[in-house]
Design a binder for this molecule. Structure first.
Ligand SMILES: C[S@@+](CC[C@H](N)C(=O)[O-])C[C@H]1O[C@@H](n2cnc3c(N)ncnc32)[C@H](O)[C@@H]1O
Length: 222
């Protein structure tokens, strides 16, 4: 089934609540606040930054003023339309249609100082290792990722309810949620990320848990 989730099928003509923190339960609002603080601290400066999976462009107004260049990649029409509308207000932002599995064919090697792949974007892709290998090739310094941490099934159920995403199946053993609209969203332990990082020839430089529900990881070359 072609995934309709990021084309907005759960929200009709309404807002894409899944990427709008105003609609989130408390813990997820806190997660977003903590993540935004970290991103600002890590990315500020004369840096070229890639956001892999830019979504509706939620972070553009916050990151564009503090970096040299911000590039967002996405493959969903709705996300590209919305992020382009926001990017038009900032002269140092570019939005590019592309597959996260194909980053090394889109950008020159080591073009970006930093890359970010956040809000569990990694948990939506088919092949995490392929995405991280591509990110590693196009990034000089660190790659920052955030993913759902395992052990938070109840919090996740609550989050999907709050933003209005009908869930069709939960694989409780592996902690994967499936929506009627085709979303498949995984969660990870630190050990899972260690394995994926190793297979991608990356190492974990730092990690922390945000608001009890999200794992923040800084990855760098081995
Ligand atoms: C969970 S959203 C996160 C959006 C944004 N980073 C944020 O924090 O608000 C994931 C985004 O990645 C995009 N995406 C998922 N898989 C992709 C892929 N294989 N190639 C390109 N974009 C992808 C989706 O369309 C969506 O916009």
């Amino acid at each position: 089934m072609k995934e309709k989730f990021f084309e907005g099928s759960d929200f009709g003509k309404g807002e894409f609540k899944a990427l709008m923190p105003a609609y989130y339960p408390k813990k997820y609002k806190e997660y977003i606040e903590e993540e935004t603080k970290l991103l600002k601290a890590k990315l500020a400066g004369e840096n070229k930054v890639l956001e892999a999976g830019v979504g509706i462009g939620r972070l553009i107004p916050c990151l564009s003023p503090i970096v040299k260049e911000l590039t967002g990649v996405d493959n969903a029409d709705l996300m590209l339309q919305k992020s382009n509308e926001i990017a038009a207000e900032f002269s140092n932002v570019k939005i590019i249609r592309g597959e996260l599995e194909n980053l090394s064919n889109i950008f020159p090697e080591r073009y970006f100082d930093f890359s970010i792949c956040i809000w569990n974007t990694l948990g939506n892709v088919k092949d995490e290792v392929r995405v991280l290998r591509g990110l590693s090739r196009v990034t000089k310094k660190s790659i920052f990722i955030t993913v759902y941490i395992k052990g938070t099934l109840k919090d996740r159920e609550n989050w999907y309810k709050s933003v209005g995403i009908p869930i069709s199946r939960i694989d409780k053993k592996n902690e994967i949620f499936y929506s009627e609209s085709g979303l498949r969203s995984k969660s990870y332990s630190l050990k899972d990320i260690q394995k994926i990082a190793k297979a991608s020839k990356l190492k974990i430089k730092d990690s922390t848990i945000l608001a009890e529900v999200i794992l923040w990881i800084e990855l760098g070359k081995r």
